[in-house]
Design a protein. Sequence first.
Length: 142
Amino acid sequence: MYRIWYIACNRMNRSHQSSGLKRIEAVFFRTAAGGEPVREWLKSLNPVEDRKQIGIDIKTVEFGWPIGMSVCKPMGDGLYEVRSSLSQNKIARILFYIDAKGRMVLLHGFIKKTQKTPPADLELARKNKALHESDLKKGKER
């Protein structure tokens, strides 16, 4: 019985991956002024390999959602973080949530400098999440 289940799951996973279908789509949170803070932060990162690594980790979440601890971690209040190890022993975090449309909304990104996620970064992500949810309810997504 296990063998039949394993083969069926493997075929579904392979066909899902080969079709290029994402389980969730990543979108950038947009401010009222039209800015996209996470996109702008990513563009400011150097070297380019760091940006690529973060992109790979976001893509891993898009295709593998729900995904485990090595790449993604729940932060409470519906927030999650994408965890990326960068060059020169830097660690980056992208805070996101899954919106009512089933999308991964990238709310805030930062380079982690301490063991614990700074409260100011979490609060900014919560604020952006509330703004995005409010816009969705009003039907005027930014």
